[in-house]
Design a protein. Structure first.
Length: 228
């Protein structure tokens, strides 16, 4: 018999296998180990990871203890806590829409809402209708691989800042070819660093349209992000 592993630091419990659901961990943008126990939760983490307004986030943050209408004391551990760059704090729960109307689900959602309101936090519930899906989910999954700073290229960043107007869209292929010509390299050599800029939102695109098909970028238009 093996020892039961402890949850990551700051997590009150370890995720468990639920049917055939996906479970695992990621290392987030601050180096924190974050757990997930479904593909739906993993899709939310991809969105949080790319969101520039999210400073940090963690999984299984605490157990909310509350008295339910059945006269019993219940414990509910929400999925994630999110810290925004504005210092605003949010609690996030991921569930299926067909579970929302369950009495037990209603009780814990109401309790969590009251606890968060008392702390000046926000409580958010995600279902399959509000989580990333379709083209957005595919884009997040593909471009997430280019998140590491190893894909950053200071020369590419400088070229974009000097030559790409903030208010004028440019075709991805045109940008790659122009930068490559200036450097005497193949356009495909520019792709990883441009993907890195897209992930970190320094370049903007329509995330609701599929960006990469059959291993290469489609004819998408990009716009430089204006810093605020």
């Amino acid at each position: 018999m093996g020892w039961k592993r402890r949850p990551p630091a700051g997590n009150v419990r370890r995720v468990v296998a639920i049917s055939n659901n996906l479970r695992g961990t990621i290392t987030n943008k601050t180096g924190r180990i974050v757990q997930y126990e479904s593909f739906a939760e993993r899709s939310l983490l991809l969105r949080l990871e790319r969101d520039r307004t999210v400073r940090d986030y963690a999984s299984q943050p605490e157990a909310f203890v509350f008295a339910a209408p059945d006269g019993r004391t219940h414990r509910y551990t929400p999925d994630f806590i999110v810290w925004r760059t504005t210092d605003h704090i949010e609690i996030h729960e991921v569930t299926l829409s067909n579970r929302i109307d369950r009495l037990s689900q209603q009780w814990r959602m109401q309790a969590a809402e009251q606890i968060c309101q008392a702390r000046a936090w926000q409580y958010l519930v995600h279902t399959e209708h509000t989580l990333p899906q379709g083209a957005e989910l595919t884009n997040l999954q593909v471009l997430h691989a280019y998140r590491p700073t190893g894909y950053a290229d200071e020369q590419v960043q400088a070229w974009l800042e000097q030559h790409l107007p903030l208010d004028k869209p440019h075709a991805f292929g045109q940008i790659a070819q122009t930068i490559a010509a200036d450097r005497g390299q193949a356009a495909t050599m520019m792709y990883p660093s441009l993907y890195h800029e897209l992930w970190h939102d320094r370049l903007q695109m329509d995330w609701q349209r599929l960006f990469i098909v059959n291993g290469g970028p489609v004819q998408s238009t990009l716009v430089m992000r204006q810093e605020v």
